[in-house]
Design a binder for this molecule. Structure first.
Ligand code: XIL
Length: 381
């Protein structure tokens, strides 16, 4: 029988009058404790946090979360902006911050088409790099970056977003694929295993809840496994909105990837509450939409009715996650609080989105309490 942690009791007391005799001034429960027996609960964290520019956010992150993903600081353009010139200062500080607070540190990401400098794919005389050149750069990068943190990173998003959103091909048209062919993915996994043999290695992508894209990703990962590529898990980014994807598709997605023998992680969870003109689920960072006042309706705060819908949506999602806790290793939110969310800038710049569990003043939202209640319910004997 699972014993109920004190924090979970606090959450239950909110719901159950029978237990309401708990001390009135209960501290806010901590997600890392509520879900301690289920999965890690993480946040993407920006460089400002360990740099001490935001001590209140640092305290929130340390108290609430059991895993940390540097939001941008391990991407290629940050760690190797110019050939052979590495800058690990921001990444070092984030990794040290995670370790200091007993958090699992996740590496994001080694091979991606975005936030990768143009020189990586360039050859001499304005021509693209040769396959040999690009393979060499991939190896040098993975050796340097994964090698530097060897033994300190729980898992790496080795390849990010290689599957196509549509069209006839399984894989996205990217310079990696154009120059190296489809095998660039397997190569990246083999190099990552060499550089940090104990780290878990993941494939990470968005929109895998959409059946057609999921099918392509399942085929890719099945093939990688059959060929003996060292892949341990799959990250579902989890850029969701109030309606999409239906809970049944999240459920099927976790089940189907886990049936391949892969550990599943929700790696970049947020629930967009703002209207959009673009396709739901396609979290392509290159997507841009022009702004309009009707696309930014909650500048003065989230109306109660929408808060409640957001809370119900998070309860539904965590219901699914908890049902799969045996196969789910981690649920990471893409940002510690609403003010720090990338959804304030994407796909429309300069809006006020409200996609996370903590608001701009770092107060827990109804969605936070709904998530805690879901955890407490699952823990009840
Ligand atoms: C985003 C960051 O949050 C932003 O700060 C940055 O400007 C662009 O990238 N999918 C991913 C993440 O895998 O790396 C992206 O992060 C969000 C979408």
């Amino acid at each position: 029988m699972r014993t109920l942690p004190l924090v979970a009791l606090a959450a239950v007391s909110l719901l159950s009058p029978r237990l309401a005799s708990a001390p009135a001034e209960m501290e806010t429960p901590a997600l890392r404790e509520v879900f301690a027996r289920d999965f890690l609960v993480g946040a993407a964290v920006p460089a400002a946090v360990p740099a001490g520019r935001d001590p209140r956010v640092a305290a929130l992150v340390a108290r609430q979360f059991s895993a940390l993903t540097p939001e941008n600081e391990l991407k290629w353009d940050h760690v190797q902006p110019r050939p052979g010139e590495f800058d690990f200062r921001a990444a070092d500080a984030l990794v040290a911050f995670g370790e200091k607070h007993g958090m699992a540190v996740i590496g994001h990401t080694l091979v991606w088409h975005s936030q990768t400098p143009a020189w990586v794919f360039a050859g001499a005389d304005g021509k693209p790099a040769s396959a040999e050149e690009l393979r060499g750069r991939m190896r040098a990068h993975i050796d340097a970056v994964a090698g530097r943190y060897r033994g300190r990173i729980l898992g790496w998003d080795v390849v990010n977003e290689a599957v196509a959103d549509g069209g006839p091909d399984e894989l996205r048209d990217s310079p990696w694929r154009r120059i190296l062919g489809d095998d660039f993915i397997e190569l990246a996994f083999r190099l990552a295993r060499e550089a940090d043999p104990k780290a878990e290695l993941y494939y990470n992508d968005y929109n895998l809840e959409q059946p057609a894209k999921r099918k392509r990703a399942l085929a890719l990962l099945r093939r990688l496994k059959e060929r003996g590529a060292p892949i341990d898990g799959v990250g579902l980014q989890g850029h969701y909105n109030l309606k999409w994807p239906p809970a049944a598709e999240v459920d099927a997605t976790i089940r189907e990837f886990s049936a391949l023998g892969l550990k599943v992680m929700i790696t970049e969870l947020d629930v967009d509450v703002l209207p959009s003109r673009g396709p739901a689920g396609v979290a392509d960072v290159a997507r841009r939409e022009s702004g309009a006042p009707e696309l930014d309706p909650y500048r003065e705060g989230l109306p109660d009715e929408v808060q409640q819908r957001l809370a119900a949506r998070y309860a539904e999602l965590f219901g699914v996650f908890l049902r799969h806790r045996e196969s789910l290793g981690r649920v990471t939110f893409w940002g510690p609080h609403d003010g720090a969310s990338w959804l304030n800038q994407w796909p429309v710049p300069g809006r006020r989105n409200h996609p996370l569990l903590f608001d701009r003043d770092l107060n827990p939202k109804p969605a936070f309490h709904a998530v805690v209640a879901a955890g407490a319910k699952a823990a009840a004997p």
